[in-house]
Every structure is written in structure tokens, then in C-alpha cells.
Design a protein. Structure first.
Length: 258
């Protein structure tokens, strides 16, 4: 049917579903009227970046009046920001798996309650490049963990739950085809490695702690490259797992630094 799925039988027993971190709810807001026609959701770490993206989309879609700003739909919360440009929703998710996971749980419920259909969700963000030119855009075919495995592991009530991190292959090819019309930066499809930490977890030598040598770092990154990893960030495994389980056509695009 194209509807966004939720896999939680307890939701049907609730009198009201409060999307706490988005400052929205099923009783306080008419979610179908507000969001029912949303077709695309773009998420990224920074609130300012997602505000600028919404402004860009409004201009591209011919929706922006002179001097008009975009309103933060989640202004009552200081956790995330959300902006709208016609059928496109632009949402910040903060940094790291815990932050994006909280946002996605509530965003997916929002899309479900709003009865949205055939939604495409794309994560746009920065990442560290691996063996590629700085400024390249990596379209993720599969997100892998720090052991280069295509999985998202989460401890639920003491048990380790493992979920798939495969993203939409057709959407990846569509995005790659679109990139051919924009020659300003190289674009490729590759694996994205997701870590739980910005410093030691990504092999950086400049954190408050560093338990390895520069030689050990380079050996690890060479192994990552050999498995197909082309960029490193901190959200993609959770993003891929949640999108896949809830029937969302999802993809992640990361512009890379050196």
C-alpha cells in the first residue's frame, strides 16, 4: 500500500501518541493535514544546515516569496528542527546513532499517523572519505559497522538484536544517475562505515584518548578500504535498519573530507 509501517502493537492501545522530542502529538496536532502529502524526507545532523536546505528546496520548487523565511515546525523543542518545502520535509537528527535513532522513531511514527504513502527518505551529511578525492559524494549501498559487517546491533532488554543495514539499490542508482548532470564533484556508490565515536572509533590521533599507533590506524583503514568502505560517519547503520524495517525507501549520501 506504500504506507509507512510501525511494528509496535502497543501503539494501538495508547490514547495519545506524544512525539516528545518533536513537540508534536496525535491529539494536539492534525498530523494528516500537516504532513499527509509529504513524499520526500531529507535528514541531516545540523539544524542550521537543514534550515538552509529547506530554503534551497523552496527556491527550487518556486515556493519562496521574497524575504520569506521557513518556520521550524518543532520550535517548541530544543532537540531537533523540522522545516517544510512543499512535499519535502527537512529534519535535523543531531550527531551519532543515539540521536538519529530517537528522531527516526518519532519521525516514522509521524509519517505513519499522517498516513503518508510512498515516502523516500535520504540522509545528507558530512563524512570522512577513505581512499577517494576530498569533496566526493558517497552514495551508500550498504552500511557496515566497525568490523565491516552489514549489521546494526542493539541491546534490547539484555539481548543483542541484529538488524540488516541494506539500503535501496534502485534509489542508489537513481541518485547516481542524477549526479551525472552535476559535474562539480565526483560521485560514487560504496560502503559506509558507521562508528559509535568520532575520535578513537574513527582512528583519529587527536582525541583526549588514543590507544593505538599511527601504523595500526593505517593498517585498519587499509582493511576497511579493501572491504569496500569509502566513507566513515556515525549514523548510517541505525538509519538503514530503521528505514528497512518500516518500509521506507531510504538512502544515505555523504560528502567527504580528506
Amino acid at each position: 500500500s506504500g504506507l509507512v509501517l510501525v511494528k509496535n502493537p502497543h501503539l494501538d492501545l495508547m490514547e495519545e501518541d506524544i512525539l516528545y522530542h518533536l513537540d508534536l502529538g496525535t491529539k494536539t496536532h492534525n498530523l494528516p493535514a500537516m504532513f499527509g502529502d509529504i513524499k520526500f524526507v531529507c535528514v541531516g545532523g545540523s539544524p542550521n544546515r537543514m534550515r538552509e536546505f529547506a530554503q534551497f528546496m523552496r527556491r527550487e520548487l518556486g515556493l519562496a516569496a521574497a524575504g520569506e523565511d521557513v518556520a521550524d515546525i518543532c520550535a517548541g523543542s530544543d532537540r531537533y528542527a523540522m522545516y517544510r518545502a512543499g512535499p519535502v520535509l527537512s529534519v535535523s537528527h543531531g550527531m551519532g546513532i543515539p540521536s538519529i535513532s530517537i528522531m527516526l522513531h518519532e519521525l516514522i511514527k509521524l509519517l505513519h499517523h499522517a498516513k503518508c504513502r510512498d515516502v523516500t527518505i535520504i540522509r545528507i551529511g558530512t563524512s570522512g572519505g577513505l581512499g577517494i578525492e576530498a569533496g566526493s559524494v558517497v552514495i551508500t549501498d550498504v552500511a557496515v559497522d566497525s568490523s565491516f559487517q552489514p549489521r546494526f546491533e542493539q541491546v534490547v532488554l539484555g539481548d543483542v538484536v541484529v538488524r540488516s543495514t541494506q539500503l535501496d539499490k534502485e534509489l542508489a542508482q537513481e541518485l547516481l544517475a542524477c549526479s551525472r548532470d552535476i559535474p562539480d564533484f565526483p560521485t560514487l556508490i560504496g560502503h559506509t562505515m558507521c562508528t559509535y565515536d568520532f575520535y578513537e572509533g574513527q582512528g583519529r590521533l587527536d582525541g583526549a584518548l588514543c590507544s593505538f599507533s599511527s601504523e595500526k590506524k593505517l593498517e585498519y583503514l587499509r582493511r576497511a578500504y579493501a572491504t569496500g568502505v569509502r566513507n566513515i560517519e556515525m549514523e548510517s547503520t541505525a538509519f538503514a535498519a530503521l528505514c528497512g524495517l518500516c518500509g521506507l525507501k531510504g538512502e544515505s549520501c555523504g560528502i567527504t573530507s580528506s
